[in-house]
Design a protein around this ligand. Structure first.
Ligand SMILES: [Zn+2]
Length: 347
């Protein structure tokens, strides 16, 4: 038995050796809140990222309600500034702007940071600012969070009731401009009508950085079987989220997380599944209880999966995938190769 455990652990290490890709992490807002401290990335995040052999993280600029609208742009710029300062202070990180830079970072054993934006609020209604954020390194944009903004409307945390309208004229222009510039349009959070609008405008493979299947958690913030198939038909990739796997706490398990992977793979093939963990328990725990209650009232109570709560737990996922009968090739695709294909084609 011990020998068998050892061989499984060796197999997991082998699968993680190339570094796994997590396309959604709320790092910039935390670095911003801790802007008075130094080396936060190295001391608070690097140990867990290394324990899970994380090779690339999509780090999302996100503006909390309390900073809207007046200071949203300012806070976004400060988040980017903190990212650069923190990444430069530790040689283990590299902010990457292209597939070539990602490859180079990986060859040097560095953790690649891909700057993304969750909600276009920092742009206001000014398309010129997209170009500015592109120059700052932003390479993927999701138009909305759960809110409505100048670009469109977010999907709500209920099975129906999201805005009937899709993208605004500004939202449509933004999508066209993103595709022209080489900014990946992320369909996470967008409402169903906006989802259709984005796919009618874009021609490249679409992505959903962090979401779950409505099959297991039926809210418009997640994606339906029909939407999953639309992504698959266009050779896109869907990152499976760890915090919305079930409305019930007792069903929020690693097995249910893998049910989402399996469900998507059954609909569109293994090439369409990736990781978008969305680990934000560390932020949630920093909040006073009143703010946690506010989140529950506005959206939902997040159920964190006990053995998949932060990046250091990533190997638990691989262990469970092996247990569930996934082959090495399938696991590698889920952990990194599918996202890397998207980067190779789009960045
Ligand atoms: Zn999100």
């Amino acid at each position: 038995m011990a020998a068998m455990d050892k061989s499984i652990e060796e197999r997991i290490d082998r699968l993680h050796a190339g570094g796994i890709v997590d396309l959604h992490f709320d790092l910039p807002m935390d670095l911003y809140e801790k802007r008075e401290r130094k080396n936060v990335l190295e001391t608070e995040f690097l140990p867990e990222l290394d324990a899970g052999s994380i090779g690339l993280v999509g780090v999302a600029i996100y503006i909390e309600d309390r900073y809207l609208l007046e200071t949203g742009l300012r806070v976004a710029l400060d988040q980017v500034a903190r990212l650069y300062a923190e990444a430069e202070a530790c040689e283990r990180f590299a902010i990457c702007r292209s597939y070539r830079e990602i490859q180079k970072a990986r060859e040097q054993g560095k953790i690649a940071l891909l700057i993304t934006m969750e909600g276009a609020e920092p742009l206001g209604t000014d398309l010129n600012l997209l170009r500015i954020f592109y120059e700052l390194g932003v390479r993927s944009i999701g138009l909305t969070h759960a809110r409505s903004n100048a670009a469109g409307h977010g999907g709500i945390f209920a099975s129906s009731g999201s805005a009937q309208e899709g993208l605004t004229e500004f939202g449509r222009d933004l999508v066209r401009e993103c595709e022209k510039l080489g900014v990946i349009v992320d369909l996470a959070h967008i409402n169903p009508a906006g989802f259709d609008d984005i796919l009618s405008i874009t021609t490249k493979p679409p992505i959903v950085s962090h979401t779950n299947a409505r099959r297991y958690y039926d809210i418009e913030r997640n994606i339906s079987d029909e939407q999953i198939k639309m992504i698959g038909e266009r050779r896109g990739v869907i990152g499976v989220n760890s915090v919305l796997v079930s409305p019930r706490e007792e069903e929020s398990t690693l097995d249910r997380y893998i049910d989402h992977i399996e469900h998507i793979a059954n609909l569109i093939g293994i090439d369409g599944v990736g990781i978008g963990f969305d680990f934000f328990e560390f932020i949630y725990r920093q909040w006073p209880e009143s703010r946690q209650r506010e989140l529950a009232a506005k959206f939902t109570t997040p159920h964190f999966i006990p053995d998949l709560r932060n990046h250091s737990h990533a190997k638990n996922l691989s262990r469970k995938l092996i247990e569930r009968g996934f082959t090495d090739e399938q696991i590698e695709k889920i952990l990194s190769r599918n996202w890397m294909r998207i980067f190779r084609e789009l960045l």
